[in-house]
Design a protein around this ligand. Structure first.
Ligand code: AMP
Length: 215
């Protein structure tokens, strides 16, 4: 298996797990959130359009996302496989992905759905910090850096994402339940969905995922 979707609420650990899986298997990691954040900091037209949705914890319009993903999926580096993280997030995006995947002959092998309760997510996200340099993700409670507020990999000062304040987290969870959770049924109906408990250490969860995908 080499083409996966990681599904789960914001803060379920899907970004962390996508990175672990990508490092262990060599399969490319494609995070629409990371791509959008790079577009915002680069001040591109797409970044300018996406910024206000992101800061409000709302979803960027489907067509913008689908156009962006289509370009990425057509790049040769992804021929060996990909882990989609943060996409699709709505039923129209999942339908759009099916169309792109059939045009490019890239069938999805499995959809990993990481399950975590909302209150646990709020606790996790308010303590999340990221490295602006290399993208490494830490948690001040569950996975702190060795030196306070410094990235273990490159020593950069860690930052908090603008959308990780409690109010924005609650709106993102609401958006998730309304718009993204219906994808569970969408992929269950296609016999692609596997539920993974999202509690435990990063390694425990990575082990569960690897056992499912045979990586
Ligand atoms: P993430 O890093 O996946 O939590 O994404 C951060 C923000 O980027 C989200 O709250 C959305 O505003 C936007 N975003 C990322 N991926 C998508 C997507 N597939 N569809 C719509 N908006 C997205």
């Amino acid at each position: 298996m080499k083409r996966f979707i990681l599904l789960g609420a914001p803060g379920s650990g899907k970004g962390t797990q996508a990175k672990v899986l990508a490092e262990r298997t060599g399969i490319s990691h494609l995070s629409t959130g990371d791509i959008l954040r790079a577009e915002v900091s680069g001040g591109t037209d797409l970044g300018k359009e996406a910024k206000e949705y992101m800061e409000a914890g709302k979803l960027v319009p489907d067509q913008l996302i689908l156009d962006m993903v289509k370009v990425k999926l057509a790049t040769p580096e992804l021929e060996a496989g990909f882990i989609l993280d943060g996409f699709p997030r709505t039923v129209p995006q999942a339908e759009g992905l099916e169309k792109i995947a059939s045009e490019l002959n890239l069938g999805i092998d499995r959809v990993i759905n990481i399950n975590v309760q909302d209150e646990e997510i709020v606790k996790r996200l308010t303590a999340r910090r990221t490295c602006p340099q290399c993208g490494a993700i830490y948690n001040l409670v569950f996975n702190p850096p060795a030196t306070e507020n410094k990235c273990d990999k490159d020593g950069s000062e860690l930052t908090q994402r603008a959308d990780d304040s409690e109010g924005t987290i609650r709106s993102r969870l609401q958006v998730y339940h309304e718009q993204t959770q219906p994808l569970e049924d969408f992929y269950r109906a296609r016999s692609l969905l596997v539920d993974i408990p999202g509690s435990g250490s990063v390694d425990d969860i990575a082990g569960r995922i690897q056992a499912e995908v045979g990586a």
